[in-house]
Design a protein around this ligand. Sequence first.
Ligand SMILES: [Zn+2]
Length: 439
Amino acid sequence: MADRPHHAQRAPSTDAFDATALTKQFEQLILTKRFDNLQKQCRSRSRTSSPSPSQSSSSYPASPGRPSPCPSYQSSQRSSRLRSLPIVPMPPQDPASMKFRNLLHGLSVTPTKYENPGLLDEALTVIPLDRLYSEAEEECQIFQAQAASVGKKPEWGYQDCVIRALLKWFKRSFFTFVNNPPCSRCFMPTIAHGMAPPTPDETARGATRVELYRCSEPSCGAFERFPRYSDVWQLLQTRRGRVGEWANCFTMLCRALGSRVRWVWNSEDYVWTEVYSEHQKRWVHVDACEEAWDQPRLYTEGWGRKLAYCIAFSIDGATDVTRRYVRSPAKHGAHRTRAPEEVLLWVIYEIRKMRREKLSPSERRRLMKEDEREERELRAFTAAALAAEINALFPPRRSTRPDEQKTPVSREEAAAEWLRTRQSGGTGQSGPDRPGEGR
Ligand SMILES: [Zn+2]
């Protein structure tokens, strides 16, 4: 297939050494060993209430207020290394954990703001629906034709194509990226001049912070205000901003077009979108600033960043999706020091519980199943990374990369490589890459 340039053909091999089979054996061995260790740990910590290892970390606790039987900070440190292991949620007890909990609760509100029929109607009036739908229809037919020619299921469905068309339009025609806003009097570039308190009008329109800029032309010297709006109504009007405004507005527009959405917060000051693909039955990474679709390895393997936390928020709750974006924690994982892992899990359950309170039992069950499916998906990434590490211990014979990792993600790898080569070129989008001013 044209989109799988890195897929290694299994050529008849002359060497009898089969790294793939060996990798699988090692992987199984390590998982079994970890599993045994976990059972031992839990047995030694509590005789009466040791959690069954089959209770995955995605299971939904009856009450987040329930004191946890056995966790400790030490175990949390272990857990953060062994992300594939089930951990037991624990309520926050120290000030740092409380602070992290409050932060996550605050962030979790963002996607709830999209659930406003008036807002979504307004959003639909700015989207060129006919154009996007016909583009989606066309692309969908291409996927179908491609799939038919190889006797497989199409890679993406119609609704996925609608969001892909939206992504293209949003980035190329609708939203503007602003580093320093140009002088509105003489249109010359401006220089950052600190912050200013929002005016009553700016406050009324949802600006919490206002950046101040001064015209670089000495004879002008005018001040330019750049209010940072978090209110999506306002963003439909201003249509400009940095990553924060981009992700917020784009996620809301995906919702307006009928997709289930997530707003993903990253602790290294970046945000993006996830859209649920009914066709593929999974959450798909979408970055409006980069016009990136399903390239979760962009930030780590593409940009070489280290990430600690990537938390996805939706109207149905919160999920720690870091493993989707950090495939190799050893290489690209930043230290997760804001709270013990048990606390993070507790807060995530707390947010889920809150968001799902009013749902019917059957809807709650459906979401729980979905959480479990995603947990399996995220664990598979960890297993693949482990397999890759093991494979790297062997001298490269057939290929420098393991088949396990390559086969399901070759498209992403190709994209990451393409991005690496493109990094130095610069496309005017270097703004969002800079830490500290991303959002
Ligand atoms: Zn000026």
